[in-house]
Design a protein around this ligand. Sequence first.
Ligand SMILES: [Zn+2]
Length: 81
Amino acid sequence: MLKCREVAARASRLIDGELGPWQRFRMELHLAMCRRCRNFVEQMKRTRDLTRMTVSPEDQEMSAEIEAALAQRRSRSTGRS
Ligand SMILES: [Zn+2]
């Protein structure tokens, strides 16, 4: 049986689907019996969805900028050699 703090530590990985089937099973077993952790995971899921919606367009813009800067640097260095 997982402890509540172990569930809390793995909650984000559970939400992201990064846990193996056995770990996920143990998480779900705990969540089925522990309302506090269930609420915690539910809350985290909701926050994740919110941040994903609001943050991702900015992230895409940012990575496009970084990519442009990298491409510029790359063309400069190839021009030198
Ligand atoms: Zn718990």
